[in-house]
Design a protein around this ligand. Structure first.
Ligand code: BGP
Length: 473
């Protein structure tokens, strides 16, 4: 079979709050992530506590030069990273940006340019400035739109010659499950009204659309997309009630990409809001803003599929942000995420059928515990055949989606290409990388980097433009 298209963007992905560290350096303000104690996403503390691994991350803030050089050794064409909003606007509502923060990313992008690596920049990756959460209850307040636009315009203008790929929000649909992480909303999920939650979503949709507009004006040769958490939802059985239940679950995620790609609220969402007495406050011109500024491409993360039933008790066994039933045909990762490579091909087809927009897989990978061993050459390594298998099987399905199904896929950035602190469980031991970082859950470790077996495997995949992948299915 022919391979991936010429110019396919092979690479890996990270987020500032999970890898940079330097949480109080270079004039950075606190972000909502800096007040998570060690544990599963909260509750938050009044000030940063030492047990929060993200405060140091993997020290990318000081080691980015070495890290980017190692990524270049694998032949990366693209490196997805986020700009930490609170490095640029420490409080979020400041009038002027923090020059030191801007200079840091100048240096990072210059380093990427040295190796011909395109930065793919996420503008908001679960790391809103803490002050915006405390003072405004995050995205519940429409003023967040202007603070965000002030920030993104600053970024577009400053880096217009250095960055050509942007994502407005990471997993914009996560706000419905995790309002604090996705929307900097301090009201706990069980106390947050649907009215306030949907209004916050609306504010993010408007912010996304206006960011697209400004990006087109300021950096006309850039491509700007938004990103969703994608998980196809299968019915547990062919019972029509299960099929309908699965469709409804699917819609709760698709709602976001529907608005982003079609520029309007879908009929089923309007019906849901009406039934639940949710009345969105649309300002004059909002409809037109959404309609005129749909995204250039749709980006998504893919880790698992979901399975729904109308009658079965949900076992809630999935370790991710969404529950569902166990799919008897699939195995799970150590963290309970169901492994489904065909689901990735299915997702690519479903999204393209629905929107006919280019697609970008910006997260995929296996979180697993690794064992560091001597490599017999005086260094250390990890024999991570399980990770190689996971990535090989998923990429083989991407290859089929491109070659058999004719789906335009722009690129693939595997998640956590260098080990970093996990988002949902704040652990180091849940590792995704091709590069091992010596840091442990108790904060000990040298922070040294080591190439895993998958490092060389991925280098060969990129070099052969996917020819070396093995189709096991
Ligand atoms: C996505 C987030 C990432 C990330 C990834 C893996 O939802 O966008 O930030 O970390 O999931 O999740 P985890 O780190 O919890 O394994």
């Amino acid at each position: 079979m022919s391979c991936f298209p010429d110019g396919f963007l092979w690479g890996g992905a990270t987020a500032a709050n999970q890898c940079e560290g330097g949480f109080d350096e270079g004039g950075k303000g606190l972000s909502i992530q800096d007040v998570f104690p060690k544990g599963v996403m909260g509750p938050i503390t009044s000030a940063p506590t030492k047990d929060n691994l993200k405060l140091v991350g993997i020290d990318f803030y000081h080691r980015y030069k070495d890290d980017i050089r190692m990524l270049s050794e694998m032949g990366f064409k693209v490196f997805r990273l986020s700009v930490a909003w609170s490095r640029i606007f420490p409080n979020g509502d400041d009038i002027a940006p923090n020059e030191e923060g801007l200079r840091f990313y100048d240096d990072v992008f210059d380093e990427c340019a040295k190796y011909n690596i395109q930065p793919l920049v996420t503008l908001s990756h679960y790391e809103t400035p803490l002050n915006l959460a405390k003072k405004y209850n995050g995205w519940c307040d429409r003023r967040l739109v202007n603070f965000y636009l002030n920030y993104v315009r600053t970024v577009f203008t400053r880096y217009k010659d250095k960055v050509k790929y942007y994502l407005t929000f990471n997993e914009i649909n996560a706000i419905q499950y995790l309002p604090y992480v996705g929307g900097a909303i301090l009201t706990p999920r069980d106390k947050l009204s649907e009215q306030d939650l949907y209004q916050a979503m609306h504010h993010q949709f408007i912010a996304n659309a206006l960011a697209v507009k400004f990006c087109r004006e300021i950096v006309p040769d850039a491509k700007i997309g938004c990103m969703v958490f994608a998980a196809p939802t299968y019915p547990l059985t062919p019972n029509p009630d299960d099929v309908f239940e699965a469709m409804n679950k699917q819609r709760s995620n698709m709602f976001f990409s529907d608005v982003l790609c079609r520029g309007e609220y879908p009929a089923y969402a309007r019906a849901y809001m009406k039934r639940n007495n949710i009345s969105l406050n649309f300002q004059d011109g909002d409809e037109k803003i959404l309609k005129d500024n749909t995204i250039d491409f749709l980006a998504f993360s893919y880790y698992m599929s979901l399975c729904e039933s109308a009658s079965e008790k949900k076992d809630g066994s999935l370790g991710n942000i969404i529950g569902g039933c166990h799919n008897p045909y699939l195995s799970k990762s150590e963290w309970g995420w169901e492994i489904d490579p065909v689901g990735l091909r299915y997702t690519l087809n479903t999204l393209y059928d629905r929107y006919e927009k280019p697609l970008f897989i910006v997260e995929n990978g296996l979180g697993a515990e690794d064992c560091l061993i001597d490599d017999n050459n005086g260094s250390k390594t990890v024999n991570d055949d399980y990770r190689i298998k996971y990535l090989n099987d998923h990429l083989s399905e991407v290859k089929k989606a491109i070659n058999y199904d004719n789906i335009p896929v722009i690129g693939y950035t595997s998640w956590g290409c260098i080990d970093l602190v996990s988002a949902s469980t704040s652990e180091m031991k849940k590792r995704y990388g091709f590069i091992y970082v010596d840091r442990n859950d108790d904060g000990t470790g040298t922070l040294e980097r080591y190439r895993k077996k998958s490092f060389y495997w991925y280098r060969d995949v990129i070099k052969s433009n996917g020819e070396s992948l093995i189709d096991n299915n």
